[in-house]
Design a binder for this molecule. Structure first.
Ligand code: FAD
Length: 404
């Protein structure tokens, strides 16, 4: 498809500049839109945990020209070791045998590295407003009037929320998150701590029924990502906004835990990057309302149990921009949903596999899991999961001066 950049300068506001936001801004710009991105944080948020890019999503970043940069940033995790309650080894396997990743093709990079690469690809072609957010939205006539938290107001033709799982714009338009939030029965905390364990390019995971603790060494430096996960029938709503309540809850749940867990709990107290949340998905009957649409985790977070959140965000952003090209918002949003929903549903469906492998909740399920793991090998899998590549991207626009 050849698209005439001057045919329309439709004004679009994208809210959120993590994964889906900059990807969407990049492709909308290629299709001739005038794009503004508003991000609540002061800059593109660096750091964070490692994420995977697989299957169809690899093609999105290849078409953006950033695949080589991200291949250089590949983490190259070589080993995943599961431990019993007493710290003895259950099995040591290649991580791809659990995640369905393909060695030599799929990417695992730090979230900050991916976000930074996506931002670098579009920052000169879109307007970025950091330290700000949408305060109010008012759709009237042929546009949306937006007021910003930092003051000022503007009118856009469309507003697209890439605000992640707890999107405020989604709440303003569609109502409370609880309606769309599918709690998967676990809560987790991640933070970094000193690597005093001699780990390098590997993960070690300790399990008891309903509890897991993992150390994740992604680089040859002195830091590891610590991860604590526990099963809980109902989400602990009181703990989400309250750091002290999170510490208390984790200390209770892991009170009698052995291995390195006491040291991890102590390190968590001093860590300034603790991230605590429920393991959950977002499932919505529709991803748009009027001139506003949702993309990435805001529309369809699959949870980290699938390992597909980032890949879905990349593919969803590409599909939304492509669907809008040459169409008005109504037809464009409908095309986006038609073309993307099946892929999302398939990938959200991977969730059972992740939970059963990583976090069995009964002694029997844990023993069965361990038996399965012992039969796996240290040789990396060479076949990815069909769901990862279940969508073939439509061709990008041909723009003068841009390679495909
Ligand atoms: C522990 C953990 C491990 C994970 N592991 C993996 C993995 O292995 N593989 C994988 O693919 N995925 C993984 N994920 C999920 C992945 O990080 C997300 O699915 C993915 O980043 C979705 O991107 P997004 O751009 O839609 O949303 P987000 O990355 O959540 O970004 C939302 C952005 O919007 C901004 N924002 C929020 N509200 C507003 C507002 N009101 N106004 C303006 N800006 C706003 C935020 O600051 C942020 O920059 C993991 C997640 C967690 C928590």
């Amino acid at each position: 498809m050849t698209y005439n950049r001057t045919a329309s300068r439709c004004k679009v506001l994208v809210s959120g500049a993590s994964i889906a936001g900059p990807t969407l801004a990049f492709w909308l710009n290629r299709y001739g839109y005038d794009v503004t991105v508003v991000e609540r944080a002061g800059t593109v948020r660096a750091g964070g945990y490692p994420i995977d890019v697989r299957g169809t999503a690899l093609e999105v970043i290849r078409r953006m020209g950033i695949l080589p940069r991200l291949q250089d940033a590949h983490i190259d995790l070589r080993r995943l070791t599961f431990l019993n309650e007493d710290g003895s080894e259950v099995a040591s396997i290649h991580p791809n045998n659990v995640t369905g990743g393909v060695a030599g093709r799929d990417l695992e990079v730090w979230r900050g590295d991916l976000s930074e690469a996506l931002y670098a690809a579009v920052r000169d072609d879109a307007e970025f407003l950091f330290n700000d957010s949408i305060e109010t939205l008012d759709e009237s006539g042929d546009g949306v009037d937006v007021t910003f938290h930092g003051g000022g107001s503007r009118r856009f033709d469309m507003v697209l929320s890439a605000e992640g799982m707890h999107s405020r714009t989604r709440e303003m338009l569609f109502g409370r998150e609880e309606q769309f939030h599918r709690y998967l029965g676990y809560c987790f905390a991640v933070f970094t701590m000193r690597n005093t364990f001699g780990l390098s390019h590997e993960t070690v995971m300790w399990n008891t029924p309903g509890r897991a603790a993992a150390l994740y060494a992604t680089r040859d430096d002195d830091k590891v990502h610590a991860f604590l996960n526990f099963a809980r029938p109902e989400p602990p709503f009181d703990a989400f906004p309250n750091r002290e309540a999170q510490h208390k809850l984790l200390a209770e749940v892991f009170a009698d835990a052995g291995w390195e867990v006491p040291g991890m709990l102590a390190a968590m107290r001093d860590a300034d990057d603790v991230f605590f949340d429920a393991v959950a998905q977002i499932r919505m009957p529709r991803w748009s309302s009027g001139r506003v649409a949702l993309v990435g985790d805001a529309a369809h977070a699959p949870s980290f149990l699938t390992g597909q959140g980032t890949s879905l965000a990349l593919v969803g952003a590409y599909m939304l921009a492509h669907s809008l090209a040459g169409r008005d918002h109504t037809a464009g949003f409908a095309t986006y949903e038609q073309g993307t929903r099946e892929f999302v549903t398939l990938n959200q469906g991977l969730v059972g596999e992740g939970g059963a492998t990583l976090f069995p909740t009964t002694a029997e399920a844990l023993e069965q899991r361990n038996d399965r793991l012992r039969k796996l090998t240290a040789i990396p899998s060479s076949a990815g999961r069909p769901a990862h590549s279940a969508l073939t991207l439509p061709e990008p626009p041909v723009m003068p001066g841009h390679a495909r």
